[in-house]
Design a protein around this ligand. Structure first.
Ligand code: SF4
Length: 125
């Protein structure tokens, strides 16, 4: 990997420092814009493999609403998000659902589960 200049918004705390980094082969050569040192682990992870917690919805039947909010229970590789979304789009849960119920285990082989972020009662129609 050649020398590269990258820009990051640090998400470690709500300040959201805008950080400019010069790196080569994953090694940080210089940086500016940070207010503390916590940025380093975040930026190194971004250079290696950007990770994100994914929040989305899945279809749910026999509930008040047609969709249920869900999230991965840990960060997943950002490059796998399209594949994960494809898998999630095929899911349909059935009410009642409890918060933290697993919609999909080990989504796309990431080791992360997709879990409900709210409960939803069963509604008879
Ligand atoms: S660099 Fe430090 S102060 Fe700035 S957003 Fe990251 S953690 Fe917060």
């Amino acid at each position: 990997m050649a020398r590269e200049k990258r820009h990051f918004t640090c998400v470690v705390c709500p300040v959201g420092c805008e950080i400019d980094v010069e790196a080569e082969n994953g090694a940080i050569l210089s940086m500016e814009g940070n207010r503390c040192k916590k940025w380093e682990e975040f930026v190194q992870q971004e250079l290696r493999e950007p990770m994100r917690v994914l929040t989305t919805t899945v279809r749910v039947k026999d509930a008040k609403w047609p969709v249920l909010p869900v999230r991965t229970d840990k960060a997943v590789p950002r490059r796998l998000i399209p594949e994960i979304m494809k898998e999630v789009s095929r899911i349909e849960m059935e009410a009642p659902v409890r918060i933290s119920d697993v919609a999909v285990a080990d989504i796309a082989g990431t080791g992360a589960d997709v879990v409900a972020t709210r409960s939803m009662e069963r509604v008879s129609r």
